[in-house]
Design a protein around this ligand. Sequence first.
Ligand SMILES: Nc1ncnc2c1ncn2[C@@H]1O[C@H](COP(=O)(O)OP(=O)(O)OP(=O)(O)O)[C@@H](O)[C@H]1O
Length: 327
Amino acid sequence: MRSELDLELVSLTKRYGQTVAVDAITHLFHAGTYACLLGPSGCGKSSTLRMIAGHESVTDGNILLGGRDISYLPPAKRGTAMMFQNYALFPHLTVLDNVAFSLRMKGVDAPTRRARAAEMLELVEMTGLSDRLPAQLSGGQQQRVALARALITDPQVLLLDEPLSALDPFLRVRMRGELKRLQRELGITFIHVTHGQDEALALADEIVVMNDARIEQSGPTRDVFDAPKTAFVAQFLGSHNVIALPEGKIAVRSDELRLTAPDGARLQGRVTGVEYQGTHVALRAMIGGEQEVTALLTDKDFFGQPKDLGEAVGLDWDRKAAHALSA
Ligand SMILES: Nc1ncnc2c1ncn2[C@@H]1O[C@H](COP(=O)(O)OP(=O)(O)OP(=O)(O)O)[C@@H](O)[C@H]1O
């Protein structure tokens, strides 16, 4: 069902000279969705986001928000806001003035914009630090300010370009919880660019996997993870094996592979690695030819019948755990 605030990309294309950065992508982001644009470096994620924000011109195609063509509008008139990777805060302005900046540009009077900025700082839990300069804040705090600054314009769509990449791993996990909370609280669409699979799985209602300037697969996060359509998606999302069988390639999740006796097994192989991961053990085995697969076993299963390097093993899986790959 379409809603008034859906964001639609129609054959959206970006070329930089001879380079095709985004190749005629078409996608509908439902209003109020947390979507992650995921893919390897250079696949066109940032170009897509920047075109939606209006920070990059559209070479071809259209961007519609709530049915309105925003492809050629200036950034401030689109109903979108962008949070940049490096936060892009003004170093000489206080936290409060940074957040209030866009309202000042719009000619909003000082008391109103200060009150509104204070409200935004409360939303991101930064109330006590409004008089500080950006240099007096930690990375995580700067990020909250950048978020408040983007949200003060009341966007219908918030665009986030690798928002967590500058943070240490501990803060990154904490901030991703915060982002999710904010998105739920505000009920607006978030489009978050990342090349981190874990980040996308943790945050997104929907993931859009890009490869080589195109969308390779998109859909509800669990659907894409559980049923990758191509070897690229299976390998990029991780935790899957791509196995070439005589009837074609399939993807099987590592935790769906079972060890069996080698005789009469569906696949036979030799153990090439055993990695203890606490609750699980990742066992790698070389199967026919040059294929290496990983079986993620519970620690109890593995240590109930431990295997040594070089030992012969059989591998099996339920039929419904195998997904035929189209490429
Ligand atoms: N301003 C530019 N001029 C020329 N080529 C560019 C420009 N910006 C991006 N590109 C090229 O367009 C392609 C897509 O780049 P883009 O930044 O959109 O990818 P990305 O998926 O966001 O990558 P990353 O994860 O590394 O940020 C790349 O080949 C890149 O080199």
